[in-house]
Design a protein around this ligand. Structure first.
Ligand code: ZN
Ligand code: ZN
Length: 140
């Protein structure tokens, strides 16, 4: 199966050779609040080798508190947040759930970084909550 997606303006499109994400989480860290324009952000994990991207991306690079060098990629035309990658985990790519043509594929399994969320945030009571960074998702 192929999963497809892209940005708001259509300049960036991507295809993922997978049936489903390896995992997805709803993150309320401060970075995800910027990406989500106030809410947290849901990101879905895939194998980087399975993802093919076309179109212009910008790359915002920062050193995370964990020491990882993070690349966050956006459509260069409309600014839609699309991907995030850590240099230290070169086989993984996180895809923003909103950029999938079918966001239903990225149902999160947990809510993370709840301690950074604003007091008005709503958490899904059916999902486990982690107050900070959980262990990195394993990828074989
Ligand atoms: Zn765009
Ligand atoms: Zn986050």
């Amino acid at each position: 199966m192929t999963i497809t997606g892209g940005c708001l303006c259509g300049a960036v499109r991507f295809e993922i050779a997978a049936d489903a994400p390896l995992g997805a989480r709803y993150c309320w860290c401060r970075v995800c609040q910027y990406l989500g324009a106030g809410t947290g952000a849901v990101s879905a994990l895939f194998r980087k080798d399975d993802v093919t991207v076309s179109g212009p991306l910008t790359d915002h690079v920062i050193q995370a508190d964990s020491g990882a060098t993070m690349h966050r990629r956006f459509c260069a035309r409309c600014g839609t947040p699309l991907f995030s990658e850590a240099e230290q985990r070169p086989r993984q790519i996180f895809v923003r759930a909103g950029s999938l043509d079918d966001p239903n594929l990225a149902a999160p399994s947990a809510t993370i970084w709840t301690k950074s969320a604003p007091t008005w945030a709503c958490f899904d009571p059916k999902l486990p909550q982690v107050d900070g960074q959980p262990s990195p998702a394993p990828l074989t």
